[in-house]
Design a protein. Structure first.
Length: 1030
């Protein structure tokens, strides 16, 4: 059945169909979440183990390696990576794509439980959880309450604020940054302890043993079953002071050797807002929630808290949803502007408002129903899907333009609108279907890209395919219907611009190229070679840095830096930043603050400074970072460097190997050579240089004689200096609070080496001896951070990009350095982070490009029922590259991920123009015309729709190319490449496609008879076989 003819004869069901699609699409659009990135559930599980005060080297040997070795037996694991810092080990287990996430979590948890017996006794319970890519905070608030102390404010946030915000729709985790945990402090007196011969560990064990409530079973008393409770917990702090501790057959009261009172946990980090101490909260969302909606919900919840607690001040520091919101609104504006410009282009060609209205209707009626598909697939309005919609806005009107232009020609020849639509729509049907199928064939492989990168671009390919599918439905059903009943006959209106005639210049160009086919083909090949030469001069990047209203700056203190040192360095940096124009606020978080970004350790020599910029700033965020970098590098007490798009350095060269010393030597050599590269700035080693350590080495003879083992020495030192871990500490209950009772030395004693050396450890005969009596105490250096991947150590050299340089170019320059070309035996470069992502994306897009070309060829073979004519269409594809690469070179843009997407679109558009010419030439040949006359007639009849569709696409991409709206910088190179490619492909295809057609047609005429003889038996063979059968 001819679908367009059916639609014209049955207008009511078609009208109802599009009303239903439009209303449903609008509802779906309003209900879709707005997010920065697509929902991607990668099968990644993390295992975190903490042991307060344990050096990274011990954590690696005693915790990390046993866990890694145990995990190797789990099925489906792709990679195992670990990061070890002071007091914490985090192992990240990456499974193969397609692995069921819950099964992966259960398998890892089972292995960790089995391995628990091999791990040290003093660790906190291991935590096994999935890695949620949406766990990054969407908004951060600073909270100030002058009437509350540090611990009171922390308790208020953990209970009142957290409870109120987590009740809001879409809110996931609420994390506190800064503040201090309240605890019962037992501050030991070293001299009194030595006098009575008691150790810190003995005091801690006594508290844990006596100050506890335990179940005692059941008893039938008086004919009634009753539970038995053994209540040893003190009801008041004074009862803790009166606790007696057995020491060598006598008892010592706790208050005689320690001060017991209300206290706070050791603070190994801090938060500052414009240099003032604050406590902050970071709020993350659930995976399916909208970034914008969650921030709006949080803002309402904070407003209610402000009214309920007038003495507490809430200040919004930064919200990543603002960029998401502005990017969304900017994309909507670009779509509207593109639609308007495309409509103007159509009107300039058709010179008829009715025909223009029909063509213009195709864009919203193709775009709006796309949201039904997106919502049904669980997609969100994110950077990837919005990029897809921005890219197709000019395409959505193409099919309608071809349909309406063909109908208009028939009306110009005297046919009635009804008859012109009835016959003209189906006459052009094959070309319209072929062009749409080509676009789908080009972009469908993008949704099937392998690896993690493919998970992000699945929504892109399917969104483009859905949008152009709906544009085909509109062109085949609604456009002919509206043309039949809405257009006026030829006599009832002014004549349009004459169509169907070749411009004299175009005719002369065609005659010249057709007269010299091989020379013309050679010129086309030369254009292709020139495009490759230009492409070789372009930089290779990943994605343009968005112009955000905030920037992140990493802070790294010197090895051994104290909390006071870090505070001074951050204050110096804050003063420098606040003097800069365009700065609104500066928020700093350093060390273990309880925030989302912490690893569970207590490395207070690292942190992040968030600089919030004004919206009416005179510089982009990238320019601001480039100008601020040298100023911060002048601060000697710490190192400050920019964070990249993924929280990492823009350039990171990772080296791996089993020989740690050789790794360090190679890292140092590479660092020295990278300092001379012009494409990068501020190269630095990662992890940082080793820090100072206090090393206690037992003397075997004395330790054996007194029966003092290493564990006893370590326990005595750990409890005295930092206290016991929470899981093994005694607890004190006060209302809803359950406070740890922390036993340790006063801060002044912990800073005195002589006091530490004099700490007592128990001996075999029940007495005690000082640590210095059984061990030597000295100084050494050890790593502050250890990074491992697939059970081997890794180091890196990181750097920022120089202004105007692309990451791909910088990485290539680093790979060409002598240190990288001559890596020592056993040392190799490991692909990680942005480097690995860039490699995966480029490989994925190359595979998608070839798959798209193959799929396009298959579709065209099926539609044209032959192998030769589709070759003509594919042969024109390289014509778009010259304009794309020339435009990028002229305007100074690199080849990055959005540009690759634009090149895919150009392939589809170039094929679309060729299909319009080839399809008409084939039909003309069938009507008896010669090949040359058919080609000239095809160019005469199809030049105007080709130019119209190309101009409409350029108009649709123009707002994106100008990058007027905030957040459009990342899409600008794509639009520039698309516009340049459309110009070159349109101009060249109108003169070179006929040449390619004539060459291929001549080859086809010569090849088919020969192929037929190969597959067909001659007649005499048939006669001979017949005779033999008789």
């Amino acid at each position: 059945m001819r679908i367009s003819a059916w639609a014209i004869r049955n207008p009511i069901p078609v009208t109802l169909l599009f009303i239903l699609l439009t209303v449903s699409g609008a509802v779906a659009f309003m209900r879709m979440p707005i997010q920065m990135f697509p929902n991607v559930a990668l099968p990644i599980v993390t295992v975190t183990v903490t042991q307060n005060g344990t050096a990274p080297s011990e954590m690696e040997n005693q915790v990390t390696r046993p866990i890694e070795n145990a995990l190797t037996g789990v099925a489906g694991i792709k990679n195992i990576g670990s990061t070890v810092v002071l007091g914490a080990s985090t192992t990240t287990v990456e499974f193969e794509l397609g692995t069921e996430l819950q099964k992966a979590i259960d398998d890892v948890r089972t292995v960790i439980e089995r391995t628990r017996v091999e791990l040290p006794q003093g660790i906190d319970p291991p935590t096994v959880q999935r890695l949620d890519l949406d766990s990054a905070p969407v908004v951060t608030y600073a909270i100030i309450a002058p009437a509350m102390g540090n611990t009171q404010l922390a308790w208020f946030i953990d209970n009142e604020v957290t409870r109120a915000l987590q009740a809001r729709s879409g809110v996931g985790q609420v994390s506190r940054i800064g503040g201090a945990e309240r605890e019962i402090a037992v501050i030991l007196d070293p001299e009194r302890m030595a006098a009575v011969g008691v150790t810190a560990a003995q005091i801690n064990n006594a508290l844990a043993s006596f100050h506890v409530d335990s179940p005692g079973g059941l008893a039938d008393v008086g004919g009634t079953e009753q539970t038995i409770r053994v209540l040893g917990s003190a009801g008041q702090v004074s009862q803790i002071r009166d606790l007696t501790i057995p020491v060598q057959g006598r008892y010592v009261r706790l208050s005689d050797i320690a001060e017991v009172g209300d206290g706070q946990g050791e603070v190994r980090g801090f938060a500052r807002l414009n240099g003032r101490p604050v406590v902050a909260v970071q709020i993350s969302k659930t995976s399916a929630a909208s970034d914008v909606s969650v921030v709006d919900e949080v803002d309402e919840g904070v407003a209610e808290l402000s009214r309920a607690y007038p003495g507490v001040t809430f200040t919004k520091i930064v919200s990543t949803a603002e960029l998401t919101r502005s990017s969304f609104h900017a994309t909507v504006d670009v779509l509207i502007e593109g639609v308007i410009l495309a409509i103007l282009v159509v009107f300039l060609f058709l010179r008829d408002w009715r025909a223009t209205a029909i063509a213009a209707t195709a864009m919203p009626l193709s775009l709006i129903p796309t949201f039904i598909f997106m919502a049904g697939m669980g997609f969100s309005l994110n950077g990837i899907t919005l990029l897809a919609l921005t890219l197709v806005i000019g395409i959505l009107v193409d099919d309608a333009i071809v349909e309406i232009e063909n109908i208009e020609k028939r009306i110009e020849k005297g046919e009635s609108p009804y008859r012109a639509a009835l016959i003209g729509a189906d006459a052009i049907g094959l070309a319209v279907i072929a062009t749409t199928a080509t676009i789908i064939a080009v972009f469908a492989p993008v949704s099937l890209m392998p690896g993690e990168a493919g998970q992000f671009f699945k929504e892109f390919g399917l969104t483009v395919a859905a949008a152009v599918t709906f544009s085909l439905i509109v062109a085949r059903l609604l456009t002919p219907l509206m043309a039949a009943y809405f257009l006026l006959p030829h006599d009832a209106r002014k004549s349009m611009v004459a169509g169907g005639r070749l411009h004299p210049l175009h005719r002369r160009a065609l005659e010249w190229t057709l007269a010299r086919p091989w020379l013309s083909a050679g010129i086309g090949a030369g254009f292709f070679v020139l495009a490759l030469v230009i492409a070789a001069t372009l930089q290779i990047g990943f994605q343009a840095t968005p112009n955000r209203n905030y920037v992140y700056i990493s802070v790294e203190g010197a090895p051994g830096a104290t909390r006071a040192d870090m505070s001074e360095a951050v204050q110096d940096a804050t003063r420098v930043i606040m003097k800069q124009p365009d700065v609104e606020r500066v928020f700093a978080q350093v060390g273990s603050t309880g925030g989302t970004f912490t690893t569970g350790g207590a490395d207070m020599r690292t942190g992040t400074i968030t600089v919030i910029l004004s919206h009416d700033r005179s510089r982009t965020s990238e320019e601001f970072q480039a100008e601020l970098g040298p100023l911060l590098r002048s601060i000697p007490s710490a190192r400050f460097y920019n964070q990249g798009n993924f929280g990492q350095a823009a350039v990171s060269i990772v080296l791996a190997g089993s020989d740690g010393k050789e790794l360090e030597r190679t890292q140092t050599k590479l660092l020295r050579e990278m300092r001379a590269l012009p494409s990068i700035s501020d190269p630095r080693p990662s992890p940082a240089a080793p820090g100072p350590e206090l090393v206690v080495k037992p003397r075997p003879a004395e330790a054996a004689r007194l029966n003092v083992d290493t564990t006893a020495i370590a326990n005595a030192l750990r409890v005295a200096t930092i206290g016991e871990i929470d899981a093994a500490s005694a607890k004190y209950s006060e209302g809803e609070q359950r406070l740890p009772i922390r036993v340790r030395l006063p801060e002044s004693a912990r800073n005195d080496l002589d006091t530490i050396a004099a700490l007592r450890v128990p001996t075999r005969d029940g007495n005690t001896t000082p640590v210095s009596g059984v061990a030597d105490i000295g100084f050494d250096a050890g790593p502050g951070k250890i990074v491992r991947f697939n059970r081997e150590r890794r180091v890196a050299v990181e750097a920022d990009l120089a202004v105007g340089k692309a990451v791909g170019t910088a990485l290539q320059q680093v790979r060409d350095l002598p240190a990288m070309r001559n890596l020592p035996t056993g040392i190799h470069q490991a692909q990680e982070g942005q480097t690995q992502l860039i490699a995966d994306l480029f490989v994925g897009f190359v595979l998608a490009l070839f798959a798209g070309i193959g799929l396009t060829f298959t579709v065209l073979v099926l539609l044209f029922r032959g192998f030769f004519k589709p070759v003509v269409i594919l042969g024109a594809l390289p014509l778009c590259l010259l304009g794309a690469f020339a435009a990028l070179r002229l305007l100074g843009f690199p080849i990055d991920m959005p540009v690759l997407i634009g090149l895919l679109m150009l392939m589809g558009l170039c094929a679309k123009n060729s299909i319009l010419l080839v399809e008409f030439a084939i039909e003309a040949e069938r009507d008896g015309q010669s090949v040359r006359d058919a080609l000239l007639e095809a160019c005469a009849q199809r030049t105007r729709p080709i130019i119209m569709t190309s101009m409409a696409m350029i108009a649709g991409m123009l707002p994106t190319a100008l990058a007027i709206s905030e957040g459009s910088e990342s899409r600008q190179p794509m639009a520039i490449a698309v516009i340049g490619g459309i110009v070159s492909s349109t101009a060249l295809s109108l003169v070179l496609v006929p040449v390619i057609y004539e060459i291929i047609d001549g080859f086809e005429q010569r090849a088919i008879p020969r192929l037929a003889r190969l597959v067909t038996r001659p007649a005499e063979d048939d006669l001979r076989l017949a005779e033999e059968s008789r």
